[in-house]
Design a protein around this ligand. Structure first.
Ligand code: P1T
Length: 381
């Protein structure tokens, strides 16, 4: 089955009890047993729920994995991955990443004796300098949030394999339509399903996909034991969202490209971060590992003034100023004060995340309206 067919049919079966074509929302916490342990495959909805199972099977299908796991948020999925580790273990992570990921690593897991190294991975051989006998996991976000850096997944996976490390890739920005990390050698794919997978800004959810049975069993154990699962209604919504993932992301990419070029040619704009530009430092890697370049763009104002950035986001009308991304509607964000405020300013600035940086999640509205909106707001500075 090819990708577009998988988003609709991947690992799906009509409901066995009624033939319902759409997976029903099994809004139940528990399941009748004939005799202790004699049941129809479900005992308690933290452990398993038929609507969640249908979604988990779908997630495995679209990421070319074997096992999918759905969680109550992207951070709950990240939490489960790091719980594979033990005190004393070390993680090497991209230095540009979602602020909440940085926060859970440094403010929660460091407390339990896990050490994190945040490094630039534009040149993957840098990673080897940080590997020692305690290193267990490499955490890669690509494209990174919000600087749109691209990391060569295949090159990092070679380093991970050579050193017997787990490679986890946060595939939230790319989506499986654009990039398939398991095929490039990653061991775990993580998603904030809140974003493009759900696609309609109406649900908070996380996901993991793996190929290896032993790793899947460990993660299922953590999912059940820690209990950060999602409910059946949310599972239904994301399953429904995935059915249009391919068409939505195609339009996000088309609109993203037009907005990126508009910004790059605008006199009031400073730098534009989008991996589709030939001048992007890892454009060739993006071309190699992604089908297209996505709908996420960051840019600075010409003159790099915080007040100008604030004025723009306050005056955009179609782009709503809000946290999150990946929905059908366009959003703008100010990472320094919103999504990445939990990263110390000096760390942020080192990675290019300056105070005037604006992040856009380009939606699937008419492109002329999006460009007119940006043009009107930029005229005010
Ligand atoms: O919000 P949640 O579903 O818990 O997912 C966390 C997360 C993980 N990874 C990436 C790359 C993310 O972008 C996020 C969440 N990000 C936002 C809310 C945001 O606006 O960037």
């Amino acid at each position: 089955m090819k990708f577009n067919t998988k988003t609709i049919h991947g690992n799906q079966h009509h409901d066995p009890s009624t033939g319902a074509v759409m997976t029903p929302i099994y809004q139940t916490s528990t399941y009748a047993q004939k005799s202790p342990g004699d049941h129809k495959g479900f005992e308690y909805s933290r452990t398993g729920n038929p609507t969640r199972s249908a979604l988990e099977n779908m997630l495995a299908s679209i990421e070319n994995g074997q096992y999918g796991l759905a969680f109550g948020s992207g951070l709950a999925a990240i939490d489960a991955v790091i719980k594979l580790l033990n005190p004393g273990d070390e993680v090497i992570s991209t230095n540009d990443l979602y602020g909440g990921t940085f926060r859970i690593f440094t403010k929660i897991f460091e407390k339990y004796g896990i050490k994190f190294h945040f490094i630039g991975m534009g040149n993957p051989s840098e990673i080897e300098k940080y590997i020692n006998t305690n290193t267990k996991l490499i955490w890669v976000e690509t494209p990174t949030n919000p600087m749109m850096n691209i990391i060569d997944i295949e090159a990092v996976s070679k380093i991970a394999k050579k050193n017997n490390l787990i490679l986890a890739v946060d595939n939230t920005f790319a989506t499986p339509y654009l990039q398939q990390p398991l095929d490039l050698g990653a061991d775990i794919i993580m998603h904030s399903a809140t974003k493009y997978l759900g696609g309609h800004s109406d649900v908070v959810m996380g996901a993991l996909v793996v190929k290896d049975k032993e790793l899947a069993d460990k993660l299922y154990f953590i999912q059940n034991a820690s209990g950060a699962v999602c409910g059946p209604m949310d599972s239904f919504l994301v399953l429904r969202g995935i059915k249009t993932l391919h068409v939505r992301v195609q339009r996000h990419c088309e609109n993203g490209k037009a907005v990126a070029h508009f910004l790059a040619n605008h006199p009031k704009v400073g730098k534009v971060y989008w991996p589709g530009f030939e001048s992007h430092p890892n454009h060739e890697i993006a071309k190699k590992q992604m089908r297209d370049f996505g709908g996420m763009i960051s840019f600075t104002t010409n003159g790099d003034k915080l007040e100008d950035a604030i004025k723009i986001v306050e005056n955009l009308k179609i782009f709503t100023l809000a946290e999150s991304l990946g929905g059908v509607e366009s959003l703008s964000g100010h990472p320094a004060s919103m999504t990445h405020a939990s990263i110390p300013r000096e760390e942020r600035i080192k990675n290019g995340l300056v105070d005037s940086l604006i992040r856009l999640s380009v939606g699937i509205e008419d492109i002329d309206d999006l460009i007119a909106d940006l043009d009107s707001a930029l005229k005010l500075i």
